[in-house]
Design a protein around this ligand. Structure first.
Ligand code: TYD
Ligand code: MG
Length: 492
């Protein structure tokens, strides 16, 4: 019998220790160490093996000038939002992690993608649902299948796999479902099926025979990911991993996964709202600040290609406490409605609640308004809300929120068709924001009459002045340098 090895892992950060510890030296969390049995050297069960036998080819150093480079060949998906977050399409051999809270729609997103990939053989491995459950979901997601006899159908009969009918609209791609949790069995099926794309739902349900601990434990998750990583790199097959997020927002099983994969996408949103956001957290093949927006419908996720229009309400009369902010997520300008409600506090301690916005930053905004502008907000309840269940991290939303708070406090509505883009400094100055021209252009496109921007966004030298020509916009651009100036212009 092989000698079993025991190690202790921090369940929060994955730190490995030979003995139990009360406090993790890596992430400083208490009581997170769990004993896991790791058994190695069981040669009878092979992990992923490449088709070629030249596995031990050692690499030699090459001069950087000698490396030939060809433009990264990407496979575009039919989903434009998904292409955007990936940086233009699926890179062959990439390992992509999709994280998100349970029930947010990760399985829906990936199954929808698997069903719609054109000219691709997709293997969807599920360790969570039975093939019947997946079929039921697939039926909701796809239009009725075309008559039998699709491009790839019928030439594969895997043991525990069922075949989803090829999709008419998707261009003849085929999706195979495999309900399996052992990586060795998955690789066996992969070898006979030779898929072009593999989806794993989810990495926490997989287990490898090389490791004895239970599925979902740190060592299992790490080993299974490592095996899939080797498979992806050696066969140039892209692999998508679904990963659950723990309650404190970490990808469970945990941070180590983020280092191993090429791309980390986070699927987020408020479960009670229909909008879902797919955010790039890390991307080795593109920008790491991209954002895709979806709407959860009865028949799956729908791409939202023009977010501003849905995030703005179409109100007839202006109301106090409501402003529009010109924000930017990644390269994408978005106009979002920001709301504030300021009311006299009924209890001793005033309440401060923010939805979709950092509460600490809200306290800072309130302190600036109190100290620099003399508004007495200390004894008031303040509620902030960003509509659509969207979380905004762009600091350019500060100015819009500050205006909303004062508008509600004074009960004076902000003029119609006005929007804001500026960061608020501690001294009450309006600071510059990035890509202001894109924000102005988006506001103009959506028919706004005026936009408030920071004076510091204007170029100082003559050369830059030519580059940024504000006279080509029809929208009225209000250039402000302090918060008092904004209120002067707004409320007189
Ligand atoms: P699911 O993809 O199972 O979430 P995850 O894999 O992230 O745990 O999504 C489940 C939710 O999505 C569930 O609340 C029902 C909803 N849903 C729809 O609204 N429309 C649909 O077409 C589908 C398939 C699911
Ligand atoms: Mg799921």
């Amino acid at each position: 019998m092989a000698k079993s090895k025991i190690a202790y892992f921090c369940q929060s950060c994955g730190f490995e220790s030979p003995k139990w510890l009360g406090k993790c030296p890596s992430c400083q969390q208490w009581n997170t160490f769990v004993e896991e049995v790791i058994e190695k050297g069981n040669a009878s069960v092979p992990a992923w093996k490449p088709a070629s036998t030249s596995q031990q080819r050692a690499n030699k150093p090459v001069q950087v000038t000698d490396i030939t480079y060809s433009e990264e060949h990407r496979v575009p998906t039919p989903d434009k939002e998904f292409n955007r977050v990936l940086g233009g399409g699926i890179v062959p051999g990439s390992l992509v992690l999709i994280g998100g809270e349970p029930g947010i729609g990760k399985s829906t997103l990936m199954l929808q993608l698997a069903l719609n990939m054109p000219h691709q053989k997709v293997l969807y491995v599920s360790g969570e649902e039975s093939d019947r459950q997946i079929k039921m979901r697939a039926e909701r997601l796809m239009p009725p299948p075309p008559p039998k006899g699709g491009a790839n159908s019928g030439n594969y009969t895997g043991l525990s796999s069922i075949e989803a009918p090829p999709l008419g609209g998707g261009g003849g791609g085929t999706c195979y479902i495999l309900t399996e949790t052992s990586t060795q069995n998955i690789f066996k099926q992969i070898e006979s099926l030779e898929p072009d794309l593999v989806v794993i739902d989810s990495i926490q349900t997989l287990h490898s025979a090389h490791i004895e601990s239970t599925p979902g434990s740190v060592s299992q998750v790490r080993e299974c990911t490592a095996e899939l990583l080797r498979f992806a790199k050696e066969t140039s097959t892209p692999v998508f991993l679904i990963g659950h997020i723990t309650k404190d927002g970490m990808i469970a099983g945990p941070k180590i996964l983020e280092h191993m994969v090429d791309t980390v996408l986070q699927f987020e949103g408020d479960r009670h709202h229909v909008y879902r956001i797919l955010r790039t957290i890390k991307n080795r093949f593109g920008s790491a600040s991209e954002l895709g927006i979806y709407e959860m419908m009865g028949e799956g996720l729908r791409e939202v290609s023009n977010p501003s229009e849905i995030l703005l309400s179409h109100r007839e009369t202006p109301l106090s406490g409501i402003t529009i902010s010109a924000t930017l997520e990644g390269m994408r300008p978005m106009l979002i409605e920001t709301q504030a409600l300021v009311s006299a506090s009924a209890y001793g301690t005033p309440q401060r609640t923010a939805t979709g916005f950092d509460t600490k930053r809200m306290s800072m905004l309130l302190a600036v308004l109190e100290k620099r502008c003399g508004f007495r907000l200390g004894a008031k309840d303040v509620f902030l809300n960003i509509t659509g269940g969207i979380r905004v991290e762009d600091p350019a939303i500060d100015l819009g929120l500050a205006a909303a708070i004062i508008s509600s406090h004074e009960d004076m509505p902000i003029p119609f068709k006005t929007c804001f883009a500026g960061e608020l400094g501690l001294s009450g100055e309006i600071r510059a924001v990035n890509r202001v021209e894109q924000r102005i252009a988006e506001a103009q496109k959506l028919g706004f009459n005026q936009i408030f921007i920071s004076k510091y966004n204007l170029p100082a030298s003559g050369q830059d002045k030519k580059r940024m020509d504000l006279s080509r916009y029809d929208i009225d651009i209000k250039i402000v340098s302090s918060i008092e100036e904004v209120f002067g212009l707004l409320f007189g």
